[in-house]
Design a protein around this ligand. Structure first.
Ligand SMILES: *Cc1c(COP(=O)(O)O)cnc(C)c1O
Length: 415
C-alpha cells in the first residue's frame, strides 16, 4: 500500500475499509485516539446490557437456580467453545477460567507430567515476566528442573533444544517488539526434539487468525481483555489438545475440575476433557462483557482483521519514519508485517516522557520498560485517519520538545 500523503487519502481508505462498521459496535471517547487496545480492549456497546441482564435477571431473579437455568456451571466450557474458532481449536479443547498467569501454571505442570524423564524448560529471556515467573514457581515447586532462556548468550531455540528438554513456552507475539513466531515451524521444531510446546496467545488472539491444531500445538493460554475486548480482568483461557486430555492432569485440583463436583466425594477425580483445567467457582459477572464481545467476533472475518491490521501498522511505521525520525525515533518492531503482530514499538531517548505527553494530548499508547513506546492497532475499531492524526500529534510533541515538561517525567504505577 502506498503511504498516504494527506489526510484525505486516509479518509478514502476508511471509506473503503470492508470492516469499518465494527467500530460502531464500541463505545470510544470522541476526543481520543486509542492505540492501547492491545492492553485493554474497548468497551462493546452491548456489554452493559449483558451485564445488567446477568445481574438483574440471572442473579436477582434466578438466584441459585441460575447455576442450572442460566448455564452458569457450564459457562467456562461454553465460552471456551466460542473462543475455539478464533484460535484454531475444536469444541471441547478450550476452557475459560482464572487468569493467564494461573493457567500458565496449570499447563506448565501438566506438560511436564507428560515428559517425566526430561528436566529442562525453555523460554525466551525477553518473555512477558509472568510467564518466566510462573515457570520459575512451578519448576522450583517440583524441584530438579533446569531453566534455559533463548537470547542468553545469543542462543536460539535450536541451540537450546535437546533430548533433555521437556517443555518450551513461547509468546506467539512478543509483547514488547511485536515480533511474531511462525507457529507451525516452531511447533514442528520442538516436536522433532520430543518436547512439548505451550503457546501464550495474549497478543495474537483477536489480532490475527491463529491455527493451534493445524500447527500441532500442545497447550496454549491467553487473556481475553486485550484484543478480544472482554473487559478489565475478564477471565483467561486454556487450550489443551484433545490428544493430551486423558494423559495430563493439573495440580490445582479444585472442585469445579472434578469429574463429579456435586458428588462431594473425598478424593479428587479429574473431569474427562478440558474441564479438568477448571479450579473453583468462576467470577461469573466477568463473563458477561466477554459474552457480549464474542457476539461481535462471531461476525468478524479474522483474515480481514489481519489484512487491515498489517496495513495500519505498515502505515504507522512509514509515517513515523517519514515525519519523526529527525527527533530520534527508531523502530523496535519487525519491518515486515508478516513477522509482526498488531502493534508497533519505537525507541526514543525519552520514551516514557514522550508517551506521557502523547497521552496528555489524547493519543493513548503505552510505555514498556526499559525504553519502548508501544502502539496497538486493533483493526476492529482503529481507523486509518487515527494513524494519520496520531503521527501528527507525535510530530508536534517531538518538534516542540513539549515532552521535556517536568510533569511528563512523573512515573505512574501502571505504565
Ligand atoms: C497480558 C499478558 C499476560 C497477562 O497475564 P495475567 O495473568 O492476565 O495478568 C500474560 N502473558 C502475556 C504474554 C501477556 O501479554
Amino acid at each position: 500500500m502506498k503511504t498516504p500523503t494527506n489526510r484525505d487519502d486516509c479518509e478514502a481508505l476508511d471509506r473503503d475499509d470492508p470492516i469499518r462498521s465494527f467500530r460502531d459496535q464500541f463505545h470510544l471517547p470522541t476526543d481520543l485516539i486509542y492505540l492501547d487496545g492491545n492492553s485493554l480492549g474497548a468497551l462493546p456497546k452491548t456489554a452493559s446490557a449483558r451485564m445488567t441482564e446477568m445481574v438483574e435477571n440471572e442473579w436477582g431473579r434466578g438466584l441459585i437456580r441460575s447455576w442450572n437455568d442460566a448455564g452458569w456451571f457450564d459457562k467456562p466450557i461454553a465460552v471456551g467453545d466460542r473462543i475455539a474458532p478464533l484460535i484454531g481449536a475444536d469444541d471441547g479443547e478450550v476452557v475459560v477460567c482464572d487468569s493467564t498467569s494461573l493457567n500458565l501454571f496449570k499447563v506448565i505442570t501438566a506438560a511436564l507430567s507428560l515428559r517425566p524423564d526430561r528436566r529442562v524448560v525453555i523460554a525466551e529471556a525477553a518473555s512477558f515476566p509472568t510467564d518466566l515467573y510462573m515457570i520459575e514457581g512451578a519448576t522450583e515447586l517440583l524441584g530438579g528442573y533446569e531453566r534455559r532462556h533463548i537470547g542468553d548468550h545469543d542462543s536460539t531455540l535450536e541451540d537450546l533444544l535437546g533430548e533433555d528438554v521437556a517443555v518450551v513456552v513461547l509468546s506467539h507475539v512478543d509483547y514488547r517488539t511485536g515480533k511474531l513466531h511462525d507457529m507451525k515451524t516452531v511447533t514442528e521444531l520442538v516436536h522433532r526434539h520430543g518436547a512439548l510446546i505451550i503457546w501464550d496467545l495474549c497478543h495474537s488472539v483477536g489480532a490475527m487468525p491463529v491455527h493451534l491444531n493445524e500447527c500441532g500445538a500442545d497447550f496454549a493460554v491467553g487473556c481475553t481483555y486485550k484484543y478480544l475486548n472482554g473487559g478489565p480482568g475478564s477471565p483467561a483461557f486454556v487450550f489443551a489438545a484433545l490428544r493430551h486430555h486423558d494423559h495430563a492432569q493439573q495440580p490445582l485440583s479444585g472442585w469445579h475440575g472434578h469429574a463429579e463436583p456435586f458428588a462431594f466425594t473425598r478424593a479428587y477425580t479429574p473431569a474427562a476433557g478440558i474441564g479438568r483445567y477448571r479450579t473453583g467457582t468462576p467470577p461469573l459477572l466477568s463473563y458477561a462483557p466477554l459474552e457480549a464481545t464474542l457476539q461481535i467476533w462471531e461476525q468478524a472475518d479474522l483474515d480481514a482483521v489481519r489484512a487491515k491490521s498489517c496495513q495500519l501498522t505498515d502505515m504507522f511505521i512509514a509515517l513515523v519514519e517519514r515525519e519523526c525520525t529527525d527527533w530520534g525515533m527508531t523502530l523496535a518492531s519487525p519491518r515486515d508485517s508478516t513477522q509482526r503482530g498488531s502493534q508497533v514499538s519505537f525507541r526514543h531517548q525519552a520514551s516514557y516522557e514522550v508517551m506521557q505527553a502523547l497521552i496528555a494530548h489524547g493519543v493513548i499508547g503505552d510505555f514498556r520498560a526499559p525504553d519502548l513506546m508501544r502502539f496497538g492497532f486493533p483493526a476492529l475499531y482503529v481507523r486509518y485517519t487515527d494513524v494519520w492524526d496520531a503521527v501528527k500529534v507525535l510530530k508536534e510533541i517531538l518538534a516542540t520538545e513539549q515532552w521535556r515538561n517536568d510533569r511528563y517525567a512523573t512515573r505512574t504505577q501502571v505504565t
